[in-house]
Design a protein around this ligand. Structure first.
Ligand code: G4P
Length: 533
């Protein structure tokens, strides 16, 4: 098969949601359709347990298992689909943001009872930053959820994207009767088919057909006729071009748990989701069909099990063909590297990868050569970069508890932050190290790993910090002056960028007002910076 054919065949995406909206359940149903798993529950058992009671070792154990589901490849309708898993636990949200840099589109799951939740908004911001096309699946229609029109309005308002329903629910909760497919004009009557594939649908091009009343009752038929007329009147016809340009998000309704409305989303996905496209780099966009191999590392997974202290770097192929046992150029280290055992992650048995194509994700055994964001090529000196860092939510100063082991502590914290476990900021004066995390759990993980992997003991001291703000300005002199005056609160990120540690929301606002020449960004991706949270 030609490189172009391999690219055309691939779809690489992630399912994202606020925890509990149904991401795991939908993933599982997709895999059932793809024949990648035979039984319901196979994915569920890998899920990171949620809730305040789970301690971090439990989570790490789960993370260990979840390596095997990090990338799930399945085949459906002639396409080779790579589904990248994203951790459900809020404390590992940064992992999710990074994974989103490696996909070509996403399916966003919304709980119809809860609507758009906080984490969904944040995830959507990340999608917007890179114009990632989004398909929305409104889940749990078997429960007494919110009105469909209200949900659509909320999606547009909170996620700041135009939506276009492609299926429409008939009733909700106890009165839920099914969905009408607005694309194929098919009626799908609700039935719960949990573990097998969905039943057939009835074609209804013309909703005035009295047969409709016979299937769903007169009242529901009248409501559906009215709704569809309204939708067709209010919304423009669906345009694939607008979807792929991330200008419009098609919306589907269903119930993942009951395996209802799932096939419609999957069918639409393989029909409209984009194949791997060009990727921006510091040498201009890289076309996937370029025969020269390129790829980048978006995730590093370290195993906490002392018997298997290996790290796996996840590399997304961006162009050309990756081949096992071939020397490639590690751009940052300016070094030739070769991989004898690249793996894919499908199902329980990891298998060796001989070749991989744009859109594919492969696991490379790593002995500490990789940092998140590293680029590999077959010789070219280019960098993909663009993996965003967001301001952490919690900040602590790292304090060494054993002066004899300060070198180990230094090395340990650098390696852990290279893996993306947390963000490290260095004081611009002295050797102060500030660690920034999304959740408390991460500090526990770091302290544990520093002690067990590097033999270094540490303590985390609370500091007064509200947000990390990356600074830019057209006026270098003004920026330098600000940094001089605020020396105590200026730190450097891993790339040496200057960051202002705002002690409170009030002070941040004040500084922004008083220093109009300086921009304060809460993400390291300045050009497409998201607004202040
Ligand atoms: P997540 O990965 O987004 O966190 O969500 P997950 O799929 O684990 O789903 C969260 C809960 O919602 C699960 O219940 C799941 O069974 C339920 N759920 C998913 N889809 C539907 C649906 O269409 N309708 C209804 N009524 N429930 C749905 P749980 O009690 O937390 O887990 P479990 O005991 O079922 O495993």
């Amino acid at each position: 098969m030609s490189l172009q054919d391999e690219i055309e065949k691939r779809r690489t995406f992630a399912i994202i949601s606020h925890p509990d909206a149904g991401k795991t359940t939908l993933t599982e149903k997709f895999l059932l359709y793809g024949g990648a798993i035979q039984t319901a529950g196979a994915v569920k058992s890998n899920k990171i347990r949620k809730g305040a009671t789970s301690d971090f070792m439990d989570i790490e154990r789960q993370r260990g298992i979840s390596v095997s589901t990090s990338v799930m490849t399945f085949h459906y309708a002639g396409k080779s689909i790579n589904l990248l898993d994203t951790p459900g636990h809020r404390d590992f949200a940064e992992d999710t943001y990074r994974t989103l840099t490696a996909v070509d589109s996403v399916v966003l799951v919304i709980d119809c009872v809860k609507g758009v939740e906080a984490q969904t908004e944040r995830l959507m911001e990340v999608c917007r930053m890179r114009n990632t096309p989004v398909i929305v699946f409104i889940n749990k229609m078997d429960l007494e959820g919110r009105d469909a029109y209200d949900l659509l309005d909320e999606l547009e308002e909170k996620l700041r994207i135009k939506v276009r329903p492609l299926s429409w629910p008939i009733g909700i909760g106890a009165t839920f009767k099914g969905v009408y497919d607005l694309y194929d004009r098919d009626l799908k009557l609700f039935e719960s088919v949990k573990t097998k594939v969905e039943g057939a649908s009835l074609h209804f091009d013309d909703l005035t057909d009295p047969g409709l009343d016979a299937h769903i009752g007169e009242d529901s038929a009248a409501t559906l006729r009215h709704d569809v007329e309204l939708i067709d009147g209010v919304y423009d016809a669906f345009s694939m071009e607008d979807y792929r340009a991330a200008r419009i998000a098609p919306v589907f309704f269903g119930s993942a748990f009951n395996n209802f409305g799932v096939k419609e989303v999957l069918d639409a996905f393989v029909r409209i989701a984009p194949p791997p496209g060009p990727r921006p780099s510091d040498s201009g966009p890289v076309d996937p069909a370029n025969a020269r191999f390129t790829g980048f590392v978006f995730k590093i997974h370290a195993n906490l099990d002392p018997n298997h202290r290996d790290r796996i770097a996840f590399l997304r192929v961006c162009s050309g063909r990756f081949q096992r046992n071939t020397y490639y150029h590690h751009v940052r280290l300016n070094k030739q590297v070769r991989f004898a055992n690249p793996t894919n992650f499908l199902a329980a048995a990891k298998t060796l990868v001989e070749e991989a194509y744009p859109g594919d994700v492969i696991g490379l055994f790593d002995t500490g050569n990789f940092k998140i964001g590293d680029t590999l090529t077959d010789g070219a000196n280019l960098n993909f970069g663009g993996i965003p860092s967001f301001s952490p939510e919690l900040f602590r100063e790292l304090v060494n508890k054993d002066p004899m082991r300060s070198k180990q502590l230094d090395k340990g914290i650098r390696q852990l932050t290279d893996e993306g476990v947390a963000q490290l900021f260095m004081g611009s004066i002295g050797s102060k190290k500030i660690v920034g995390c999304v959740g408390e759990l991460q500090f526990e993980v770091i302290a544990y790993r520093l002690e067990h992997e590097y033999g270094a003991k540490c303590e985390f001291q609370r500091i007064q910090a509200y947000k990390a703000c990356w600074l830019t300005s057209d006026n270098e002199a003004a920026l330098d002056a600000f940094c001089r005056i605020k020396l105590q609160q200026i730190v450097l990120d891993k790339d040496g960028n200057r960051v202002f540690m705002a002690p409170s929301a009030y002070i941040l606002e004040l500084e922004q007002r008083e220093n109009p020449a300086i921009q304060f960004h809460t993400t390291s991706e300045f050009k497409t910076a998201v607004p202040q949270a």
